[in-house]
Ligand binder design. Structure first.
Ligand code: PGA
Length: 251
C-alpha cells in the first residue's frame, strides 16, 4: 500500500547549530528505517549542513518554500537548482503561512508545483480551510478550488509524484487537532477529487498527509484512518523526542 511519510517543518526556528544537532540525534534513532519516509525541513540557512549530516541515513531533506524561476533578479528568493544542489528531495509548497502572511495565490502554488516536479523533486502541496469556511460548510468547496487551481495542467504521472498535505488552518499551531473523522473525511474528498480528475491508479497512489497540531498523543489515531498516509508536523517536530515518537507511533 502507500508508504507512510512523516515530515517535520521547523518553520522559522533553529540556528544552523541547533538544526544540525537535531539532525544528528534523529540520525542516531533512524539511521536505517524501512517503515516510513522521514523528511526534515529546516530553514534555508541550515539545509546544507543538515544534508551533510543525514546524507548516508534514511532521513531525507526538505525545504519550506521555493521560487519557480530558474535564476535572475529575484532578491531574497531561492531557486530549484539551489535547493537541489544542497540535497533537497522534498519542498513544501503553498503552506498556509505562505498563503496567508505572504499573499501566495493558488496560481503561485501551481507554478511552484510544476517547477519542483520539473526538477525531479517532490512537492508537498498544502491545502486547507479557515475556521469560518468550515463553520459555513464551505470546506469541500475551498479544498476543491485549491486542488483544481494548484494542480492545474498536471499530467497523471506528475500528480502521482506529489504529496498533498491537508492542513486545516484552524488546527495549525493552535493545539486544536482535527478529529480523526474530520481528517479522514477531508482526505477522502481529496482522494476522490484525484480520481475524478485522473483515474483510479492516481486515486490509489497519491499520498495525503495530515497537518495541524500533530503530536505523539494523536498520531496513531490519525494514521489509523484509511486515507491518512502521513503527517506534516510543525511545533512537535522542534523537539527530537516528540518528533521521534510521532514517527514511531505512525507506523
Ligand atoms: P503545527 O504546524 O504542527 O505546529 O500545527 C503544522 C504545519 O504548519 O505544517
Amino acid at each position: 500500500m502507500r508508504r507512510p511519510i512523516i515530515a517535520g517543518n521547523l518553520k522559522m526556528n533553529k540556528t544552523v547549530e541547533e538544526a544540525v544537532s537535531m539532525a544528528v540525534a534523529l540520525k542516531r534513532k533512524f539511521y536505517t528505517f524501512a517503515e516510513a519516509d522521514i523528511v526534515i525541513c529546516p530553514p534555508f540557512t541550515a539545509l546544507s549542513k543538515v544534508h551533510d549530516e543525514i546524507v548516508d541515513s534514511s532521513i531525507m531533506l526538505g525545504a519550506q518554500d521555493v521560487y519557480w524561476e530558474e535564476d535572475g533578479a529575484f532578491t531574497g528568493e531561492i531557486s530549484l537548482n539551489m535547493l537541489r544542489d544542497v540535497g533537497c528531495r522534498y519542498i513544501i509548497v503553498g503552506h498556509s503561512e505562505r498563503r496567508n502572511i505572504f499573499g501566495e495565490t493558488d496560481e503561485d502554488v501551481n507554478r511552484k508545483v510544476k517547477a519542483v516536479l520539473k526538477h525531479g523533486i517532490t512537492p508537498i502541496m498544502c491545502i486547507g480551510e479557515k475556521i469560518e469556511e468550515r463553520d459555513n460548510g464551505m470546506t469541500f468547496e475551498v479544498l476543491e478550488k485549491q486542488l483544481s487551481r494548484g494542480l492545474k495542467n498536471l499530467f497523471k504521472d506528475e500528480v502521482m509524484r506529489i504529496i498533498i498535505a491537508y492542513e486545516p488552518i484552524w488546527a495549525i499551531g493552535t493545539g486544536r487537532t482535527a478529529t480523526p473523522q474530520q481528517a479522514q473525511e477531508a482526505h477522502k474528498f481529496i482522494r476522490e477529487f484525484i480520481e475524478r480528475s485522473y483515474d483510479k491508479e492516481a486515486y490509489l497512489k497519491i499520498r495525503i498527509q495530515y497537518g495541524g497540531s500533530v503530536k505523539p498523543e494523536n498520531i496513531a489515531q490519525l494514521m489509523s484512518q484509511e486515507d491518512v498516509d502521513g503527517a506534516l508536523v510543525g511545533g512537535a517536530s522542534l523537539d527530537v523526542n516528540s518528533f521521534s515518537e510521532i514517527v514511531k507511533k505512525a507506523v
